[in-house]
Each structure stands twice: as C-alpha cells, then as structure tokens.
Design a binder for this molecule. Structure first.
Ligand code: GRF
Length: 217
C-alpha cells in the first residue's frame, strides 16, 4: 500500500488558554518505563543543540533503567509506581508534570495507558513514539506483529496522543525495511536507530511551534 510519510496533524489544537504565554525554551516532561534510549537521545540533543525545549523532569512508572540518563544529566526524576487504578495513577502523573511546569508531555517507551484526564489536562500537548507505521500494528507488540504479518517494510511513527491507543494524528513517520532473517531484536534495533534520529527533532519542532499543519522531517 502506498502511503504518505506524513499526515496532517492540524486537528489537534493545543489548549488555547495556554498558547499565548510560552517561554522561549519550553519545559518538557519525558515519561518512560524501560531502557530510556529515546530519553537519552532527547537529552543529548538538548545538550548539543540550541533547542527550544529543556527536559524539566523524567517520570517513570517503575524503577526503570532509563532513569540513569536523567541522573547523568542532573535532571530531576520522579517514580510514580503503578497502583492498579488508572484514574488515580493518571491524576498523580499529571500533578507531577504540573509541579515542574511542563508544556509538553513526551511519552518515550511509557508502558501505561493514561486515562482521559491526561488528554484533557494536556490537550494537544502529549506525543508518543511507536515502532510501526501506524495505523499498521498498533499495540504493545508492534515489531513482532510486523514480522508475523510478513510485511517487507515497517517503521516508526510519532503521533499526538488521544484517548484511543496509538490512534492520534500522525506527526512524522520513517520507514524501515524488514530484511530476510530479521528477528524481533534485529528489526527493533534498526527501528530504534530511526527513532533516535527522529524523536528529538520532532520534540524540538513542536516546542518551537514549527509543527502546524504538516511536518516533513
Ligand atoms: C521504543 O521502541 C518506542 O517506539 C516504544 O517503546 C520503545 C522504547 O524504547 N514505544 P526506549 O525505552 O526509549 O529504549
């Protein structure tokens, strides 16, 4: 199926009451659950470039290995342990994000689904990175699903977060070929090379207000 590398993202409008008041460098929260390799790239990109964002806090739902990257960059981190109650867990996460005055919420391997409260409180200001060419292969096992389907290409998608999982407006995509003999690990490793190149630039473009209707990265 032929597909465009990008799609319109102009139908998620940031909270209008918020937009008039933005500082030059936008504080962002990065939410993780795992190794945090995307967090690491976002931090290193910030360190090496004159970015429009700065990571104000890293939040994890467990004592994730990726918290080490926050420590290395002297960025505060908060662990909000999953409590089996999506409503109170989401409120706690949103409150911690607000504690640090964050304008953008960057999901980077965060394995919990937040309730509608998060979408309401950070309307149009939450993004996620997903290891497939959405809408193909949504869900937690996108790389395995692409291999099982026998497709010859998959990729990575950065999208706005809406209530329906992995269904928000797409901001940017990169294709990754599936090679003969690929395993989940080998394919995911090549997808992550693209993730690491793409995600910091998208975060920066958002923070700078450069993402309006369509984004080419
Ligand atoms: C990435 O592949 C991302 O697409 C998916 O979770 C993984 C997180 O990897 N949502 P890391 O923790 O950033 O290394």
């Amino acid at each position: 199926m032929a597909r465009s590398p990008t799609r319109s993202a102009d139908h998620v409008d940031p909270d209008p009451g918020f937009a008039g008041n933005l500082p030059a460098v936008a504080p962002i929260a990065v939410l993780i659950s795992g190794t945090g390799s995307n967090l690491r790239q976002i931090l290193e990109y910030q360190h090496s470039n004159d970015t429009s964002y700065e990571v104000a806090v890293v939040i994890a739902d467990r004592h994730a290995a990726g918290l080490q990257w926050a420590d290395q960059h002297n960025i505060p981190s908060v662990v909000v342990l999953w409590n089996n109650n999506r409503r109170t867990f989401t409120t706690e996460i949103c409150d911690r994000i607000d504690d640090f005055g964050c304008e953008w919420v960057i999901l980077a391997g965060f394995m919990r689904i937040l309730s509608a409260e998060a979408i309401a409180r950070f309307r149009g200001r939450i993004i996620n990175i997903h290891p497939s060419l959405l809408p193909e292969f949504p869900g937690a096992h996108a790389v395995e699903a692409a291999l099982a389907a026998g497709v010859d290409r998959t990729g990575v998608t950065v999208h706005f977060v809406v209530e329906e999982v992995d269904a928000g407006p797409i901001i940017a995509q990169r294709e990754v070929p599936v090679l003969p003999g690929d395993t989940t690990d080998s394919l995911h490793a090549r997808i992550q090379i693209q993730e690491h190149d793409l995600y910091p630039t998208v975060v920066d473009a958002l923070a700078a207000g450069r993402i309006t209707t369509e984004v080419q990265t």
